[in-house]
Design a binder for this molecule. Structure first.
Ligand SMILES: Cc1ncc(COP(=O)(O)OP(=O)(O)O)c(N)n1
Ligand SMILES: Cc1nc(C(=O)O)sc1CCOP(=O)(O)O
Ligand SMILES: [Mg+2]
Length: 198
C-alpha cells in the first residue's frame, strides 16, 4: 500500500478542519485527557471532515470508539496493544499502525501484520517524555530492511529541513506534531511540508 508521504498529528478536529483545505491527505487525531463524550464527538467530526476531503483519518488510542464510529484506521502504541482487542479491530475492517522503538517491539508489531510501522523518536521530541532519546536515521534504514513493503513512518523531532535525509534513510512517510502546532504560522508550515514531501 502507498500512503501519502506527509502525516501530521493534531489534538482536535478543529486543527484538522484548518489543515485539510491545504491538501493534507493523511492525518492523525491524537486526543489525550479529555472526557469520553468529547473524545467521541471529536472523532466523529474528524471522520466526517476527512471523509469529505478524501483524506485518511487515523484515530490514536481509542480503538473501541473507532470501531463503533466506523473509522478506517487506528494507531496503537505498545501499551495500547496490551488492552486492545485485535480480533475485534480486524473484524471491523480497521487498518492499524503500530509504534516501535526497539527490536522486541518491532517483533511484536510484525506479528500483527500491521498496515504501517512507526519508528521514533528519530530526533529528540519535546511533545512527550520518552525513555528513548534519539533513534537516529541509521535505525530507519535498519527498520526498512526488516519490514520490506510495509510503510515505515518516521516520527519524533521531524522538521521540513530533516525530511530529505529521513526519506533517504528509508522512511516512506514523515510525521510531525510540534513543528506545525508550535509554529507561528501553522498553515504556512503545512504548505512547506506538502512541498517537501510532494
Ligand atoms: C505515527 C505515530 N507514531 C507513534 C505514535 C506514538 O504512539 P504511542 O506510543 O501509543 O503514544 P501516544 O501517541 O498514544 O502518546 C503515534 N501516536 N503516532
Ligand atoms: C507522539 C510521538 N510518538 C513518538 C514515538 O517515538 O513513538 S515521538 C512522538 C512525538 C512527535 O512529536 P514531534 O513531531 O513534535 O516531535
Ligand atoms: Mg497510544
Amino acid at each position: 500500500m502507498t500512503l501519502p508521504r506527509f502525516y501530521p498529528i493534531f489534538e482536535s478536529a478543529d486543527w484538522i478542519a484548518r489543515m485539510l483545505p491545504l491538501g493534507v491527505k493523511l492525518v492523525q487525531l491524537r486526543i489525550k485527557d479529555r472526557p469520553e463524550t468529547e473524545t467521541r464527538a471529536e472523532i466523529i467530526r474528524a471522520r466526517d471532515l476527512c471523509g469529505a476531503a478524501g483524506a485518511i483519518l487515523v484515530v490514536n488510542d481509542y480503538w473501541q470508539i473507532a470501531i463503533e464510529e466506523g473509522c478506517d484506521w487506528l494507531h496503537l502504541g505498545q501499551e495500547d496493544l496490551d488492552s486492545a482487542n485485535l480480533a475485534a479491530i480486524r473484524a471491523a475492517g480497521l487498518r492499524i499502525g503500530v509504534s516501535t522503538h526497539d527490536e522486541a517491539e518491532l517483533g511484536r508489531a510484525l506479528a500483527l501484520a500491521p498496515d504501517y510501522v512507526a519508528l521514533g523518536p528519530v530526533w529528540p521530541t519535546i511533545l512527550k517524555q520518552m525513555k528513548w532519546h534519539q533513534q537516529g536515521t541509521a535505525k530507519l534504514t535498519e527498520w526498512k530492511a526488516r519490514i520490506g513493503d510495509i510503510p515505515l513512518i518516521a516520527i519524533g523531532g521531524l522538521t521540513t529541513a530533516r525530511a530529505p535525509e529521513t526519506f533517504a534513510a528509508g522512511a516512506d512517510v514523515v510525521s510531525a506534531v510540534t513543528d506545525i502546532t508550535l509554529n507561528a504560522d501553522p498553515e504556512a508550515r503545512v504548505r512547506d511540508w506538502l512541498r517537501v514531501t510532494g
